[in-house]
Design a protein around this ligand. Structure first.
Ligand code: PMP
Length: 295
């Protein structure tokens, strides 16, 4: 069912509207000039994982684009919970989006209203489950993650996804599940919607997030590896090094922890560390029973 003709409700500027009526005008600044920021979150067992952190990142993404999301972290967290409850899902994907409205049309839009909408839907697996278990195949994208001086690379800004969609489409057209992108310097960066990790000699290596999103899943995986005593090295990774890694996985809210079996000519075999972190991540996202207050 297309996304604009589903049933349910969408939280739209503080009100619940019928799913099919949650529309914007074609002369919306966010549509023409990509003045929009969004989040991708998952609920497990009725609880949104790291909901506050996602709300904080949404506000920060807007600030980087020069606008103020007109709701507080607490209001956004409450609105997401209510949307999830109204949709009646236990396990779901949560998509808040904030954008500049339509009062002014042109590059400058200082006075446009900032809108916020929150939609929730069921999205069980980002990659085909059968592909996901044996590891997905990644193409190498032609586009590179831009220099932070060229684009607001720390914002989860809609405009930054233009090169991701182009790259993912090109990869899919060649039969790959996704693409790995280099950064503007030629270092390994990330996938089109997820961060990337490698394994070599029992250690985990992951690119320094200095020109792409330091994903909330990435941060969680690093913490989980730490709890297991697995060393994680954050550093610049050269393309020539790809052949030397034995395991590879990508991670993100939608992708969770997904093993990678190939990047272009390089092959990897999901093994102990990938499996451990996949399982630890799935355990970590489960809702925690409320802590009993100690008297
Ligand atoms: N990089 C990109 C380009 C993404 O779209 C995402 C998904 N938001 C990530 C990394 C991972 O971020 P997170 O773990 O916070 O979902």
């Amino acid at each position: 069912v297309p996304f604009d003709s589903r049933d349910g409700v969408i939280w739209f500027d503080g009100q619940f509207v019928d799913w099919k009526d949650a529309k914007v005008h074609v002369l919306t600044h966010g549509l023409h000039y990509a003045s929009a920021v969004f989040e991708g979150e998952r609920a497990y067992g009725g609880a949104i994982f790291k909901s506050r952190q996602h709300a904080e990142r949404l506000i920060e993404s807007g600030r980087i684009l020069g606008f103020k999301v007109p709701y507080s972290v607490d209001e956004i967290v409450a609105a997401k919970d209510e949307t999830l409850a109204r949709m009646g899902f236990e396990n779901a994907y949560v998509r808040p989006i904030a954008w500049r409205g339509s009062e002014m049309m042109g590059v400058s839009a200082q006075n446009n209203t900032i809108h916020l909408a929150i939609a929730v839907w069921e999205w069980p697996s980002y990659f085909k489950p059968e592909e996901r278990l044996k590891g997905i195949r990644l193409d190498i994208a032609e586009y590179r993650r831009p220099d932070p001086k060229t684009a607001p690379s720390r914002s989860k800004a809609a405009g930054l996804y233009m090169i991701c969609t182009i790259s993912k489409h090109a990869a899919e057209a060649k039969g790959y599940a996704d693409a790995m992108m280099y950064d503007y310097r030629g270092y390994v960066a990330e996938a089109t919607g997820a961060n990337i990790f490698f394994v070599k000699d029992g250690k985990v290596h992951t690119p320094t997030p200095d020109c792409f999103l330091n994903g909330i899943t990435r941060q969680t995986v690093i913490e989980l590896a730490g709890r297991r005593g697995i060393e994680v090295v954050e550093r610049h990774i050269m393309p020539e090094e790809l052949g030397g890694f034995t395991e590879c996985f990508i991670c993100g809210t939608a992708a969770e922890v997904t093993p990678v079996s190939e990047i272009g000519p390089h092959v990897f075999k999901p093994a102990t560390i990938t499996e451990t972190l996949m399982n630890d991540y799935m355990a970590e996202v489960q809702p925690k029973p409320a802590a009993v207050a100690a008297e």
